[in-house]
Design a protein around this ligand. Structure first.
Ligand code: ADP
Ligand code: ZN
Ligand code: ZN
Length: 727
């Protein structure tokens, strides 16, 4: 591809009269009520999508020239003078219409300013470079590409892998049907291979085609990148595959973004942010582990990258594959097959891949009824025995506990003191490794006191347990266990604390893969996606908490997590056979062995679990049978936060805002963690069975929310979360 570089990249000559009025989207300060593009003057007309530098207040900022709203010439409030565009980033082709539609839809749907969304969707470095710097970079890159281009003769594809019957069926349907597709495939059924094949088909069919592949976590991108490079670098060259995630440096992000925008990158791999990548040739989007809550952004515009992927695919005429072993109930419901009562069925096409590759078995699920076990035992005797046997045979085990630190709280038995965070309504977690108490909400950290701060008792003790404690206890319990290599069993831990440094996770995972670790203790971080070859036993030691959570999605998340975790065991049928054929196992220690969630898990019966949950959701009128939004207010006091929410709710009723007759406004309540960093938080749920009525209402309500702030000075911030994932 040739790139035209302008030597005169700063095109606003001072003497030329600035005569063309334009709309430009800029990132206006949060909470200003300006949500539309601003108008500027330019000496020459500029097409929508052009990147420009413009003055904003006293700063010079990046902006995107925007389409003028139908029949609406840029105009300014009376007495305000339009300012001139300062420069144009000439080397970069304008962002195309479908990208602009995607960002403006996102802003509208998630109730944020257009400029904020559009600018946040661009790589950060683009904001800082002058047009001259940008032009120089593009020139340099064009030269490097010319020098290092792969000729077609360099292309030699790997021998194609023989797809299983189920994989063939799925890829055929993806090729011939319009979709959207829900690829419902067991863990280890070879979903990734289906993605690779579908990408290959799409890229081979059209030399301009591009594919976007998303995964929920940054730590899954290196392994994905490796598989895609291995497959596609020999055909399209190394530079055809780029990544986009927040773990990259700003120059790396700019480079990937530019390559995708220019069409040089044929494949973009990334986390949720990648859904906004500018990809003019976009022909296929894959959302792997589509049920994962990480696809929902939790600050700024709280978008769902999965939902936007489906929207974007439809808009840009691309195909979209959502893949999961435990789909979100929304996607499951949307992919229901037609039936007598429901002849249309859902909007998505469900593709089933129930079998694991190579005749590998799904692990047997074993429930340990903790009420029948010795009191206070963290590891029940049968589980400990099972782990010991596996380690003695040289197999690996994974022990899952979704709570890091040593203990969730320290307490004094004499006076009842607890290690509460002084700034939050939460306990400070005890981290034994550095003898600190740390708040996982605000980060406040203290040394562990030598005695009870309240009564002086020196005997303060941990209550409950976290991964640190589990690791320590397990090491002690297994200290006499010897592996076939005649060495002592090794226990290691992977969680957010052990992986803070760059590269730490890769290093620790490599140690597991190479067999240096016998038992791995970890949080959900290790339960997802990883293709462990020698793990044959997975245990969840204390999963019950989520069964009785106030969040209606908690059981869905627990089921998905446990299925995912189980999916780490017994992935390699050859290994299992070589080890003597002992079936892989998933152990669950529970006080509620009769719970229907565990009964479904035991049979790996996601459809049954889903249909029970969907029945409950229908009865209770909850998503996917209703649509929700949350409004949250943060203030110095809980009363002030709630007063704000009451006022805006009242105003909405008084003014009879559009859509209100279809919308139910619940009373405000304190959030589950009510106070964080000395800020009181309250929220209010808004619900409707009519999505567009909810949208109309929220749009009309914005003005009320903005206006109410001036009467509620104690309110620090408010925000709207559309389709919230956590309630
Ligand atoms: P999933 O994403 O469904 O959990 P993967 O795509 O990671 O499963 O596949 C599991 C394992 O099986 C991987 O090691 C993969 O390389 C291998 N695999 C996938 N499809 C095939 C196939 N058709 N033939 C042989 N091995 C395969
Ligand atoms: Zn005390
Ligand atoms: Zn705190």
């Amino acid at each position: 591809m040739t790139i035209e570089t302008a030597d005169e990249s700063l095109s606003s000559a001072p003497e030329a009269p600035a005569s063309h009025a334009l709309w430009v989207a800029v990132a206006t300060p949060a909470h200003s009520s300006v949500s539309e593009p601003l108008s500027y003057l330019s000496p020459a007309p500029l097409p929508p999508g052009t990147l420009v530098r413009v003055p904003l207040g006293r700063r010079e900022v990046l902006g995107v020239v925007w389409d003028s709203p139908a029949g609406n010439e840029p105009s300014l409030p009376h007495g305000v003078q339009a300012r001139s565009v300062l420069g144009v980033l000439e080397g970069i082709p304008p962002l195309n219409e479908s990208w602009r539609r995607l960002t403006s839809f996102t802003a509208r749907y998630y109730q944020r300013a257009l400029g904020e969304v559009a600018l946040a969707a661009l790589p950060p470095q683009l904001r800082d470079l002058t047009p001259e710097q940008m032009a120089r970079r593009i020139k340099r890159k064009a030269k490097a590409d010319k020098d290092g281009a792969l000729g077609p003769e360099a292309a030699s594809a790997l021998p194609p892998i023989q797809l299983s019957e189920e994989q063939q069926q799925a890829t055929r349907q993806i090729a011939s049907e319009p979709g959207p597709f829900l690829l419902y495939g067991s863990t280890g059924s070879g979903k990734t291979e289906v993605y690779l094949h579908s990408v290959q088909q799409v890229l081979a069919a059209n030399p301009q085609a591009q594919a976007l592949v998303m995964v929920p976590e940054i730590n899954l991108t290196p392994q994905l990148e490796e598989r895609f490079l291995e497959r596609f670098a020999p055909i399209y060259g190394e530079s055809a595959v780029v990544s986009m995630h927040s773990g990259m440096t700003n120059p790396q992000r700019l480079k990937s973004w530019t390559a995708a925008h220019m069409g040089e990158a044929r494949i973009v791999l990334g986390t949720r942010m990648a859904v906004f990548a500018s990809m003019p040739g976009l022909a296929l989007i894959v959302v792997d582990e589509e049920h994962d809550a990480s696809y929902k952004q939790q600050e700024g515009a709280r978008y769902s990258a999965r939902d936007l992927a489906v929207w974007r695919a439809r808009e840009q005429n691309a195909k979209v594959i959502l893949g999961s072993a435990t789909p979100s109930l929304e996607s499951w419901h949307a992919s229901r097959p037609p039936s007598a009562e429901d002849p249309q069925g859902g909007r998505y096409l469900r593709l089933n891949m129930p079998s694991r590759i190579g005749a590998a078995e799904l692990p047997r699920v074993r429930l340990v009824d903790m009420s029948q076990q010795p009191r206070g035992a963290v590891f029940s005797p049968p589980l400990l025995r099972a782990i010991t046997e596996r380690v003695e045979r040289g197999e690996q085990c994974l022990v899952l506990l979704n709570r890091r630190g040593f203990a969730p709280v320290l307490h004094c038995k004499d006076c009842g003191w607890k290690s509460d965070c002084p700034h939050c309504s939460a306990h400070q977690v005890f981290h034994k490794i550095d003898r600190t108490l740390r708040c996982h909400h605000c980060g406040f950290t203290q040394r562990v006191p030598h005695a009870c701060p309240s009564c002086g008792n020196v005997d303060i003790s941990p209550m409950g347990r976290g991964t640190e404690q589990l690791e320590e206890q397990l090491a002690a319990l297994l200290r006499n266990v010897i592996t076939p290599e005649r060495r002592a069993a090794r226990v290691a831990r992977i969680d957010a604390d052990t992986t803070k440094n760059k590269g730490a996770l890769e290093e620790q995972l490599a140690a597991v893969h190479s067999g240096e670790v016998d038992v791995l203790v970890g949080t959900q971080m290790v339960a997802k996606g990883h293709d462990f070859r020698r793990i044959t036993l997975v245990a969840a030691v204390q999963p019950d908490g989520a069964l009785f959570s106030s969040d209606f999605r908690a059981p869905e998340r627990l089921f998905a997590l446990l299925m995912q975790a189980a999916g780490r065991a017994g992935r390699d049928a050859h290994y299992i056979a070589a080890q003597g054929g002992n079936p892989p196992e998933m152990w669950i220690q529970t006080w509620h062995a009769e719970h229907s969630l565990y009964a479904a898990l035991r049979r790996h019966d996601y459809p049954r679990f889903a249909s029970e949950q969907l029945q409950e959701r229908t009865d209770a009128g909850m998503p996917p049978f209703a649509y929700q939004a949350l409004v949250r207010a943060d203030a110095r006091t809980q009363e002030a936060a709630q007063a704000f929410l009451n006022a805006v709710s009242e105003a909405a009723r008084e003014r009879q805002l559009p859509g209100i007759e279809h919308v139910f406004l619940f009373p405000p309540v304190p959030m589950a963690v009510q106070r964080v960093a000395n800020v009181e938080r309250a929220q209010m749920l808004i619900e409707s069975t009519n999505r567009s009525a909810l949208q109309h209402f929220l749009a009309a309500w914005q003005e009320v929310l903005h206006a109410a702030r001036s009467d509620h000075k104690a309110v620090i911030r408010w925000l709207v979360d559309v389709d919230p994932q956590a309630i």
